[in-house]
Design a protein around this ligand. Structure first.
Ligand SMILES: Nc1ncnc2c1ncn2[C@@H]1O[C@H](COP(=O)(O)OP(=O)(O)OP(=O)(O)O)[C@@H](O)[C@H]1O
Ligand SMILES: Cc1ncc(COP(=O)(O)O)c(N)n1
Length: 273
């Protein structure tokens, strides 16, 4: 069985972070391992506390997983500080971790910061160049490009091309935060752009979409899929998960990680434009 590692924060509410990643790995038929960078006290109403783990605790987890079990792909999520980013980057190089998907998590849906402001530079310079794929949403892409305005697909394409210059092998700019009848994600792999579009689903229960999407890309890459194939599957997977999202808690509920399996691949919802 292929193995995939998530290096991310814990979401006690179960919809995002490590929990979303492991559920996604299970659904995609890969063996999931985890390194917890921070614990969050979180539910559908928001983030109530952030407890970054000590560097030595994160290093010990990375060594434990990578020295014994190894991995066929990995993803990063919430990394919180420049020190944690530097540590993770060093270990990824030390163990030659393949197929690294970087979700540059910065701010939770409710507005709580999951990455210190001063850590953006470390993310940009130290970690992003190691990525096989990076998956910023529109606000994250904008922040990584120094506050660039991104309001449509054309600007997403330009942003993806510029982010590619930072060194990753491919960039997906996700369109969940834009308006419009369709939610379009733009992939640039250094040669061409691919668009993955789905009808925008009317729901507020979208907690964990970004985590789930990047975890699915990593799982598919572990199984040997090309980057465009992996992104296409992830788009289908997250679209089903949002279509069947769960009204759990009093606020923004999570997506349904098992929806793709339960509903099947019948209604391919992401034609490549
Ligand atoms: N309302 C929606 N309808 C259809 N697809 C959506 C919707 N919202 C997000 N998506 C899709 O979900 C995936 C994640 O995109 P999004 O931009 O929401 O990421 P994110 O901002 O990192 O997630 P989050 O907002 O949960 O932090 C993308 O494939 C995007 O197109
Ligand atoms: C621990 C943790 N990590 C990440 C996110 C963002 O989640 P997403 O962008 O998938 O909604 C979150 N809310 N909590």
């Amino acid at each position: 069985m292929k193995k995939v590692l998530t290096i991310a924060g814990s979401d006690s509410g179960g919809g995002a972070g490590i929990q979303a990643d492991l559920k996604t790995f299970q659904e995609r038929g890969v063996f999931g391992t985890s390194v917890i960078t921070a614990i969050t006290a979180q539910n559908t109403l928001g983030v109530h506390g952030v407890y970054p783990q000590e560097l030595s605790a994160v290093e010990a987890q990375l060594d434990a997983v990578l020295s014994d079990i190894g991995t066929d792909a990995a993803k990063t999520g919430m990394l919180f500080s420049a020190e944690l980013i530097q540590l993770v980057a060093r270990k990824i190089q030390e163990y030659s971790v393949p197929s690294l998907v970087i979700d540059p998590v910065m701010i939770a849906k409710g507005g709580a910061p999951l990455l210190k402001k001063e850590a953006v530079e470390a993310l940009r310079k130290v970690l992003l160049p190691l990525g096989a794929v990076i998956t910023p949403n529109v606000p994250e892409a904008s922040e990584l490009l120094g506050g660039r305005r991104i309001e449509g697909v054309k600007e997403m394409e330009e942003a993806a091309k510029e982010l590619y210059q930072l060194g990753p092998k491919a960039v997906v700019v996700k369109g969940g935060h834009l308006d419009g009848e369709q939610s379009v994600d733009v992939l640039f792999d250094g040669e061409k752009w691919y668009h993955f579009a789905s009808d925008r689903i009317e729901t507020r229960h979208t907690h964990g979409t970004g985590c789930t999407f990047s975890a699915c890309i990593a799982a598919e890459m572990a199984k040997g899929r090309t980057i465009p194939e992996a992104v296409r599957t992830a788009k289908d997977f997250i679209t089903h998960a949002i279509q069947h999202s769960l009204e759990i808690g009093k606020g923004v509920g999570p997506t349904h990680h098992a929806a793709y399996r339960l509903v099947g691949e019948k209604s391919p919802s992401s034609p490549t434009v």
